[in-house]
Design a protein around this ligand. Structure first.
Ligand code: ATP
Ligand code: ATP
Ligand code: MG
Ligand code: MG
Lengths: 256, 256
């Protein structure tokens, strides 16, 4: 059955988008059918996947009920099955509009459930907050993937994130599991990176995929060519690490 | 009169907090009276300044009207006059609570106006979003400082940020000026960093302070010691660059 991941962390700039698009691309290159949902008003995932997103209907229209998910899915060029539901700037207004809706936390879940049968994997890229958009993603997913940047501030916000996960799991979605943690922008030369990695390793031994994604400029160059690093520079250290992490995620899924 | 800055950029992880605390510290070391307001529920600025923030009343209580700003100001150790109004995790609920309040965008302004006379500079560190907390900061400020990370995604969100600035300036705060842009995490060895810097230089020649803050591990280590880099390693490249940027901001203020 379809694995549905939320990729979330309210700390900004920790690699949520980069992890979403590169793992999605790696899975798609392996022949799996993959959908990416861009739930961030900045639309960075849509950019990295090269889909038009400023002027077309996307996930905002789906949340507001003015479009069906199947109508706004776009194909990502160059992959057998990699699709994207893009975000546009209206999404910035979604949270205020959602506040007064009935079943406001479940809008995304209903939409995803209508099309998830077409995919092996769904990844939802979240904005850097624990507001109603991220809650919608939690309520719609079966698994939670947390990217953790190997920097000091990245640890500070974890307890709030885990608290929100706990509340959603208890009240909205008991099937949600924190299954995966990925270390990002790892610099093996610095004590800080190694300290944070050791800290995560000891607190989350089962969830952590202990293949840190290295800080690598090719990873951050790729979106300026509307690509993921998987196609921009597939033999680079960043691409290889994301490929290995994607393989490990797929393996763990089989074991279930 | 008091200069009041909002430090904002909805893109996550671009150096909002790091720029806020280090410029504030640099100004305070120069004998200016400085206040930092931590408007981010993550409380990273409070951490970097070494003030207790998990269990004490802070800016949330002020926004909700259950405390006066003067009651929640904390002194930052080691400086003549550097104060901080901290954030705590309740702040994550502020936006939903603010939605239904009368004059919801002006709660922070009224609070800051009650104490700003005691300071030469006020800096408000914003969360990575353009929601009601950031709008409150825009409405309360006279100047906007935008940190721009020299990475591709950092340029994508600028138009939304400038749009929000324009709307607030027109409807809530005509005195607000985008006065300052600072380049962060600059790596002179990469084409990407140099391209982004050149792009910002050509679009914002007057606002940009053309002293890029280098990517430097001492900057990101400092918060793990509850310090800013200004006291953690004052002769390091990051601290020197922030000192120069602070001096330039102060000079530009005099010229007015
Ligand atoms: N392994 C890496 N090596 C180098 N740069 C990276 C790496 N991973 C991400 N980056 C860069 O770091 C920045 C932050 O990453 P990204 O935008 O994916 O984080 P995010 O958590 O999605 O941010 P936001 O909180 O704004 O949504 C981007 O400019 C990205 O290109
Ligand atoms: N010049 C620098 N050199 C190295 N690391 C830096 C530099 N500036 C900031 N950092 C690190 O980059 C990360 C992001 O910076 P910071 O937290 O200040 O950004 P932010 O915009 O406040 O993030 P958020 O959107 O979550 O509020 C932090 O781990 C910080 O320590
Ligand atoms: Mg993102
Ligand atoms: Mg911050």
């Amino acid at each position: 059955s379809t694995r549905i991941f939320t990729v979330a962390n309210q700390k900004g700039g920790v690699g949520k988008t980069t992890t979403t698009v590169n793992i999605a691309a790696a899975m798609a290159m392996g022949g799996l059918r993959v959908l990416v949902i861009d739930l961030d008003p900045q639309g960075n995932a849509s950019t990295a996947l090269g889909v038009e997103h400023r002027d077309s209907a996307g996930v905002y229209e789906v949340l507001m009920g003015s479009a069906q998910m199947s109508e706004v899915v776009q194909k990502v060029a160059g992959f057998p099955v990699l699709d994207c539901v893009s975000s546009n700037t209206s999404l910035a207004n979604a949270e205020i509009n959602l506040v007064s809706m009935v079943a406001r936390e479940l809008q995304l879940k209903e939409a995803i459930d209508s099309i998830s049968v077409n995919y092996d994997y769904v990844f939802i890229d979240c904005p850097p907050s624990l507001g109603l958009l991220t809650i919608n993603a939690f309520a719609a997913s079966k698994e939670l993937l947390i990217p953790i940047q190997t920097e000091y501030y990245a640890l500070e916000g974890l307890s709030q994130l885990l608290e929100t996960y706990g509340v959603v799991k208890k009240r909205l979605n008991p099937t949600l599991i924190l299954s995966t943690i990925v270390l990002t922008m790892f610099d093996s030369r610095t004590r800080l990176s190694n300290d944070v990695a050791a800290n995560v390793r000891s607190h989350f031994p089962n969830e952590l995929i202990d293949i840190p994604i290295p800080r690598a400029v090719r990873v951050s160059e790729a979106p300026s060519y509307n690509q993921t690093v998987m196609t921009y520079d597939p033999l680079s250290p960043g691409a290889i690490a994301y490929m290995q992490v994607a393989r490990e995620i797929a393996e763990r899924g089989k074991a279930k």
